[in-house]
Design a protein around this ligand. Structure first.
Ligand code: ADP
Ligand code: MG
Length: 685
């Protein structure tokens, strides 16, 4: 058995208890551990002896605590605790303010590491309120040189992770083989994998760390792009598609709509329409801000495929959204004699089978659904067009699976989360891009305000005013993670609180992801018809939900959300002709939170917001590659390391000269690595 795949529990010094804690960090195997990267490093090369400490310098030193902590209380609100710390060369007084509990934890004889500013006291040197860490006698060698700092979880200390990592490295050093092709390593001056792994965790010096990091970043990008190449070539490439040339009835359909298409919608539909007429499959991404009217463009495209005698499929990320699309499509298309179907996970087996049969026989022309559409049992009669809505919620692979249900169908993906062009090229590669660049006329700007939670009474009084005028409201609460320190009020609690107190007497409904689909549907239905006035929900309403009478949204703990997500959420209001409001309750005092709320107050342009979001949060979070169904990037950063990405891209181009399909036959180890990486993705999906 490959030692890298071994369960970490069986590694000497780990055992079930620590393995359980490591699992919380997503570390299950030896390999996961080795790829658990330090979040930072600390330079401890200059550890001082006490005799060499000088007043005014900030220094790190080791020592042993002599005797008990000495507590005094010079003033009412001030207590002091003093320790005497010594090493072989001298001693120093260590003082803490208001931390008398240290008396219990720091005993005489305890070895400690101290980092702080050295001062001249009455009796000699002293250090006040330093960083202090207990160290084991035997552990000192872990804490010298440039040391890694890992993210921790409760119950596991930095020292423990470091010792485990050291043991794992020993194992890996004995067994790992280089898998990158030699000529690439030579051309790009990459160090070998052993050097890279050893020095990324325990760098022998700054230069070695740089070299190690470069290699690992390069490798991640190379594998990511190889994998994407494989996925994409699975979808299209010089394939023969289905030309849809008949346009009879499209114009009439558009004329009959209750509104006139915007110029931007017309332009984008024309681009799509032209693509559909070609005999190579369309691959197009439509970007358009929330509320820009992407759905109607999708519907017109679906209509075109039906007019030409083919089926269309429309995939949405949530049941709520799929159902909403189902209602709109039925309303608009059934009068034309088109049969629309809905396939979602919550249907009973019997209902599902009925629908599946009708899709296979061709009786249903357009099928709308969630992930249920890409299940194995779904077979089409003659599928010519697949559309995925809110593509950022799906994986590249899911799009590919849906497309594989037809004979090279046309593919259209829609997203409200705009991403910079360089990234679009990586993620969507060979997709053409259309942008719906303005909103339908008559939309009022949503007024956005950020407030702290001590203003909650005022905020909900304002909500009441809106309700009394006949409008409806959303209250959004963050997802509740099962984690110790998170004090977010759950949606359930907030709904209770509001109904007993701040919004007493109003009809309040609750919606969250854990509810049964049927319950969700019912609640959503009641909100649409106005039977529910206030919908308290988690982010399940993030995408697509359309209730024009809802004019006010309160976001609790807004600091927990990403800007792009807040923008999506905010897009649920401002959908009708009334002035709409979004109130962000920000409970964080951090500067960055303030800055983010500021952006939300001042900007309503989704493109600007997501760009700022990227800058503030970094792409790791924003871009959550897992959401896209790609392997997580452990060390590479799509923005910071863009030049490495381009180098890797060039290397792949070179590889395709000799091996156009990138079979990697000459590089079996690389191929295995690639398969492993993308296989584990499949498990995630
Ligand atoms: P999104 O791009 O966020 O998916 P939708 O397609 O849900 O937006 O459209 C938002 C709302 O705008 C819907 O109520 C839709 O009927 C309406 N709408 C779409 N196009 C127009 C238009 N050209 N003029 C007026 N209203 C429109
Ligand atoms: Mg939409």
């Amino acid at each position: 058995m490959n030692i890298l795949k071994q369960d970490i529990q069986y590694i000497k010094g780990v055992g079930p208890k620590k393995a359980y804690l490591l699992k919380r960090l997503n570390i299950n195997t030896v390999e996961d551990m080795i790829w658990y990267m330090p979040r930072d490093y600390e330079d401890r090369r200059n550890i001082k002896r006490i005799a060499n400490l000088r007043p005014g310098e900030k220094a790190t030193f080791y020592g042993i605590i002599l005797g008990e902590g000495d507590v005094s209380k010079p003033r009412k609100n001030l207590s002091l605790i003093k320790f005497n710390v010594k090493d072989e060369t001298g001693n120093i007084e260590v003082i803490f303010f208001n931390k008398t509990y240290l008396k219990k934890t720091l005993n005489s004889g305890q070895r400690v590491m101290i980092n702080g500013e050295i001062k001249k006291g009455f009796k000699g040197l002293q250090v006040v309120n330093p960083i202090i860490e207990k160290v084991d006698m035997l552990d000192t060698d872990n804490r010298q040189g440039i040391v890694p700092i890992y993210s921790l979880t409760e119950g596991l200390s930095q020292n423990e992770i470091i010792s485990i990592q050291k043991r794992i490295l020993q194992i890996v050093n004995e067994s790992i083989e280089e898998y990158l092709p030699e000529e690439i390593m030579n051309r790009c001056r990459l160090c070998n994998i052993k050097f890279a792994l050893n020095n990324i965790h325990f760098p022998s010096n700054v230069q070695a760390l740089k070299i190690a990091k470069y290699r690992l970043v390069f490798e991640e990008f190379l594998l990511l792009q190889l994998g994407l190449f494989k996925i994409k070539t699975g979808i299209v490439q010089d394939k023969k598609g289905i030309p849809l040339k008949n346009n009879n009835g499209i114009e009439a359909f558009i004329k009959k709509l209750p509104f006139k298409l915007t110029k931007a919608q017309e332009k984008v539909f024309n681009e799509i329409s032209k693509d559909l007429e070609r005999d190579t499959p369309m691959n197009r991404l439509v970007q358009g801000d929330v509320g820009s009217g992407k759905t109607i463009v999708a519907i017109a495209a679906l209509l075109k495929s039906v007019i030409n005698g083919y089926q269309g499929a429309f995939m949405a990320p949530t049941e709520i959204l799929a159902e909403q699309h189902y209602v709109s499509l039925t309303e608009l298309l059934e009068p034309l004699g088109i049969k629309v179907g809905l396939l979602v996970g919550s249907l009973s087996k019997g209902e599902k089978n009925k629908i599946l049969n009708k899709v296979e026989s061709g009786e249903i022309n357009i099928i709308i659904g969630t992930h249920a559409l890409i299940q194995e049992g779904v077979k089409f009669c003659n599928l010519a067009l697949v559309i995925t809505d809110e593509q950022h919620r799906f994986g590249v692979r899911q799009r590919a699976i849906l497309a594989s249900k037809g004979q090279n169908p046309h593919v259209l993906v829609m997203t409200a989360t705009p991403i910079p062009r360089t990234l679009a090229l990586i993620l969507y590669g060979d997709l053409d891009i259309s942008i719906i660049d303005h909103l339908p006329p008559g939309r009022k700007t949503i007024k956005t305000y950020s407030r702290t939670s001590n203003k909650r009474d005022d905020i909900y009084n304002f909500v009441k005013k809106q309700l009394d005028e006949g409008r409806q409201a959303y209250v959004v609460c963050p997802l509740v993670e099962e984690s110790e320190a998170i004090e977010a009020k759950s949606a359930t609690e907030i709904a209770h609180e509001l109904s007993y107190d701040l919004l007493n007497g109003y009809k309040i409904g609750l919606l969250h992801g854990k509810m049964l689909a049927k319950e969700k549907e019912e609640i959503m239905g009641n909100f649409k018809t106005g039977n529910i006035e206030v919908l308290v929900s988690t982010t399940v309403i993030e995408v697509g939900v359309n209730v024009p009478n809802a004019t006010i949204m309160v976001v609790e703990n807004a600091e927990r959300f990403g800007l792009a997500q807040l923008h999506q959420l905010r897009g649920r209001v401002g959908r009708g002709s009334y002035q709409s409001y979004c109130i962000l309750i920000n409970n964080s005092k951090s500067e960055i939170s303030k800055e983010r709320m500021d952006i939300m107050e001042k900007t309503t342009d989704g493109f600007v917001i997501s760009e700022k979001d990227l800058k503030l949060r970094g792409p790791g979070e924003f871009f959550g590659t897992r959401q896209h169904g790609l392997p997580e990037l452990k060390i590479a950063n799509l923005f910071r390391h863009i030049s490495v990405l381009k180098t890797a891209q060039k290397e792949i181009e070179k590889m395709t000269h000799a091996d156009p399909d990138l079979t990697l036959n000459n590089y079996p180890l690389l191929r295995i690595k690639l398969e492993e990486k993308f296989l584990s993705v499949e498990e995630v999906l």
